[in-house]
Write a protein that binds this ligand. Structure first.
Ligand code: GTP
Ligand code: MG
Length: 324
């Protein structure tokens, strides 16, 4: 207990000392070199364990964690220099712990609205996004919406299935019929995520536990890989050869009596990858064929987890450009 007087200032120093004493250690100082840090955002529904994962990585109880959904309201940025055994230099990250997002029709206060806006900003600012799921709940409608936002923003995306300790515990207690063992259970879990989030760019999926620290280093490794992958350059000749082969292997369905055809393709941007397709007619490319092309290119160039954007230049548009 501290006796204070607001008017005279008595006891204020003592009060400050008392409060400072109870605060957790101050955050690590930010290094001035922004460019070297891989920026990672943890996004997902409320209560899935985003703050717990950040705390686990930082090895401290910096962020408030609770069973009450909606604990984090603001995006919190934290620097992490992760020392890996046998490596000379630490890996440098900046973690963005974001507010959990509810389904839009359940956003029932302005606080929720601002949380959603802040999370969107965080997505735009980072290099890699981890969509965190609760292992007991799997993929929900909200997760599909969030994943869609990430891809629209052109960010590398990976899935973290958190609270895997709880899923394993219940599996061990009461093995589900139809699964041989834990490995089998995990395999079919991955399959169901891929089915629900079929539009993902072959994003890596990791099973983790903020509680026990299980697989935490592995997913940091994924973040590093994805960040490096986003800078790759796509060879024009290989790309054109691949698109030709894919067309032969599976020609697109006819739209209005004609098939979509690419004459020439070239990478025009990175972060996100943008590929310009010079084609007969833009409108003949449907979603299904776009995904087929995207997946084929990702596979061929080792870009899993990195979204691709296509800019289309149809013959008519090109002709018009030349005339202008
Ligand atoms: N068993 C288990 N519990 C976990 C794990 N990760 C988080 N929790 C618990 O889940 C609850 C929610 O964790 P938070 O880290 O606050 O979740 P959050 O995603 O940051 O939640 P919001 O900030 O509300 O969006 C807490 O009670 C945590 O202790 C885990 O890996 N295993
Ligand atoms: Mg939180």
């Amino acid at each position: 207990m501290v006796g204070v007087s607001a008017e005279h200032g008595h006891g204020v120093d003592e009060l400050i000392q008392e409060v400072a004493h109870k605060l957790p250690p101050s955050p690590p100082l930010r290094s001035g070199d922004e460019s070297n840090r891989t920026k990672i955002a943890f996004i997902g529904r409320p209560n899935v364990g985003k703050s717990s994962l950040c705390n686990r990585l930082l090895n401290m109880e910096r962020l408030i964690v609770s069973d009450v959904p909606g604990t984090t309201r603001e995006t919190v940025e934290l620097d992490l220099d992760y020392q890996v055994e046998g490596q000379e230099n630490p890996w440098s990250f900046r973690l963005f712990d974001t507010a959990g997002l509810k389904r839009r029709n359940r956003i029932d206060s302005s606080l929720d609205y601002f949380s959603a806006v802040r999370t969107k900003h965080a997505i735009e600012e980072v290099d890699v996004v981890f969509l965190v799921l609760d292992a007991r709940e799997g993929v929900t409608k909200q997760d599909k919406i969030l994943a869609g936002h990430v891809l629209e923003a052109g960010k590398a995306l990976s899935i973290l299935v958190n609270k895997w300790d709880l899923a394993l515990e219940s599996f061990r207690k009461d093995p589900l019929p139809g699964y041989e063992d834990e490995k089998d259970f995990r395999k079919s879990y991955i399959k169901s995520i891929r089915k629900e989030l079929f539009f993902l760019p072959e994003s890596p999926i990791s099973f983790v536990s903020a509680q026990t620290g299980y697989a935490v280093e592995a997913f940091l490794n994924i973040a590093r890989d994805l960040d490096t992958r986003m800078d790759k350059s796509i060879s024009t000749s290989t790309l054109n050869k691949l698109i030709g082969e894919m067309w032969e292997h599976r020609p697109p369905a006819k739209v209005g009596g004609k098939r979509f055809k690419v004459f020439y393709a070239v990478q025009v941007e990175t972060r996100p990858f943008r590929i310009k397709l010079f084609c007969n007619r833009e409108e003949k490319l449907n979603d299904q064929y776009r995904r087929y092309l995207e997946k084929g290119i990702q596979k061929r160039f080792g870009l899993s987890g990195c979204p691709l954007k296509f800019s289309l230049a149809g013959k008519e548009a090109r002709y018009k450009e030349e005339q202008d």
